[in-house]
Write a protein that binds this ligand. Structure first.
Ligand SMILES: *Cc1c(COP(=O)(O)O)cnc(C)c1O
Length: 392
C-alpha cells in the first residue's frame, strides 16, 4: 500500500504521467509562441488546436466554441460578468443557486454591488435544485441562469438537461460550472441545451492553471481579458502552450476511460458509504444517495469538529477534506451544508472523501478502520455525546 492515501481529488488530482509526457517537449525544444509565423510556432499552434478539438469532443461542441482560460475560476468569472455586461440593455437579473462554488457566488455578489439583481435558488435536502422555484424565478429581465453540473462538496448532480430545457423555453442563456463533472460524468451541450460551460484541467488529471470556457456560437459575451488577438480576440494573453496540450491529453484519456473508471469508482464509493454507515453510529450522509459524482463521499459525524478529524486523519497518512471552510481559518460552516438544511453545529463536523481511479479497496479498508477509531476517540472526549447516548 502507498504510505499516503490521497482522498482529496475534488480539491485537485494527480497529473497523469501520459499527460506530463505530452507537455514536456513544449517547455523545452518546442517553446515557440504559437502566434509566430515560423515552422516551430506552427507546430505549437497545431498542438493547441489539437487540444481544442480533444476538449470539444468531450462535450459535443465544435472546436471554435472552446476558449482557453487559466482555469475554472476565470471561466466562471468570464461567463457571468461577460454575459451580464453584454446583455445589460436586455436586463439585469441573474439566477443561480445557494450551493455554487465561490467563483460563482462571489462574482454574483460583486455584480449585485454593480446594480445587478441575483436570485439564489434553494436546494432540497439532497442538494438538488427545485425546478418549480427556478421557473418561478425567471423574469423578463433575466439574462442568465447559472447552475453547477455537480457540487464540489457533496457531489450532487443537478438535472442539467431539464434546466437547459427551461432556460431555452424562456429564451434565457444557461451556464454550467462543470468543473467537478467534466471528464467524470457524460455531458453534451446540444442535448442539454448548455450555452456556456466551465471546466478546469487539474480536476481531471491535467495541469493546474489551465481550463476553458465553452461559448455556444452566437452567444453575446464581453471580452474578458483585453489584449492580443488570441482566442479569436476574446481573450488576450500568450497561450499557456504546455498547459493547454496537457489539458487536451487529459480530456482524451478521461473520456476514453470514463465508463470503466466511473463504474469502478462508484462501486468503491458505495462500499465506503455503506461501511461508514454500518461501522460508525450517528453518521449522516450528505448529498444525493445515487445522483452523485462517482467519486464523492461526504458525511457529518455529530459531536465532532471537522478540523480535529482532518488533523487526526493526516497523522495516519490520510489526505481528506472538510466541507467546511474551517480549514481556511474561518469559523463559518459550509454554505452548501447550511443550504441542505443542516444546523450549524452539525455542519461543522463534515468529512469529504473523494476517490480517484487509483483508489483501492485495501486503502478504503484502512481508512474505515482508522476513521471509526478516531471518531470514537473524539466522541469519548465530548460530554455532549455522553449525554446524547444516554438519552437515545
Ligand atoms: C475547483 C473548482 C473551481 C475552481 O477551479 P480552478 O481551476 O481551481 O480555478 C470552480 N468550480 C468548481 C465546482 C470547482 O470544483
Amino acid at each position: 500500500m502507498n504510505n499516503l492515501i490521497y482522498l482529496d481529488n475534488a480539491a485537485t488530482t494527480k497529473l497523469h504521467t501520459a499527460v506530463l509526457d505530452e507537455m514536456l517537449p513544449y517547455f523545452s525544444e518546442n517553446f515557440s509562441n504559437p502566434a509566430g509565423i515560423y515552422a516551430s510556432a506552427r507546430k505549437s499552434k497545431a498542438a493547441i488546436e489539437k487540444a481544442r478539438a480533444q476538449v470539444a469532443a468531450v462535450i459535443g461542441a465544435t472546436p471554435n466554441e472552446i476558449y482557453f482560460t487559466s482555469g475554472g475560476s476565470e471561466s466562471d468569472n468570464w461567463a457571468i460578468k461577460g454575459v451580464a455586461d453584454a446583455l445589460k440593455t436586455k436586463g439585469n437579473h441573474i439566477i443561480t443557486t445557494k450551493i455554487e462554488h465561490h467563483a460563482i457566488l462571489h462574482t454574483c455578489e460583486y455584480l449585485e454591488k454593480c446594480g445587478y439583481e441575483v436570485t439564489y435558488l434553494n436546494v432540497d435536502e439532497n442538494g438538488v435544485v427545485k425546478l418549480d422555484e427556478l421557473k418561478a424565478a425567471i423574469r423578463p429581465t433575466t439574462v442568465l441562469i447559472s447552475v453547477m453540473f455537480a457540487n464540489n462538496e457533496i457531489g450532487t448532480i443537478q438535472p442539467i438537461a431539464e434546466i437547459g430545457r427551461i432556460a431555452k423555453e424562456h429564451g434565457v442563456l444557461f451556464h454550467t460550472d462543470a468543473v467537478q463533472a467534466f471528464g467524470h460524468v457524460p455531458m453534451n451541450v446540444e442535448d442539454m441545451n448548455i450555452d456556456l460551460l466551465s471546466a478546469s484541467a487539474h480536476k481531471f488529471h491535467g495541469p493546474k492553471g489551465v481550463g476553458f470556457l465553452y461559448i455556444r456560437k452566437g452567444v453575446k459575451i464581453q471580452t474578458y481579458l483585453h489584449g492580443g488577438a488570441q482566442e479569436r480576440g476574446r481573450r488576450g494573453s500568450t497561450h499557456n502552450v504546455p498547459g493547454i496540450i496537457g489539458m487536451g491529453k487529459a480530456a482524451e484519456l478521461a473520456v476514453e476511460n470514463l465508463v470503466e473508471n466511473s463504474h469502478k469508482m462508484s462501486k468503491l464509493r458505495d462500499y465506503l458509504m455503506a461501511q461508514i454507515q454500518t461501522k460508525i453510529p450517528f453518521a449522516k450522509l450528505n448529498g444525493h444517495p445515487v445522483k452523485r459524482l462517482p467519486n464523492n463521499v461526504n458525511f457529518c459525524f455529530r459531536f465532532i469538529e471537522g478540523e480535529s478529524l482532518l488533523i487526526m486523519l493526516d497523522s495516519v497518512g490520510i489526505c481528506a477534506s472538510s466541507g467546511s471552510a474551517c480549514t481556511s481559518g474561518s469559523l463559518d460552516p459550509s454554505h452548501v451544508l447550511l443550504a441542505i438544511g443542516l444546523p450549524h453545529e452539525i455542519a461543522h463536523g463534515s468529512l469529504r472523501l473523494t476517490l480517484s481511479e487509483e483508489t483501492t479497496k485495501e486503502e478504503l479498508d484502512y481508512v474505515i478502520e482508522k476513521l471509526s477509531a478516531i471518531v470514537e476517540r473524539l466522541r469519548s472526549m465530548s460530554p455532549l455525546y455522553e449525554d446524547f447516548v444516554k438519552e437515545n
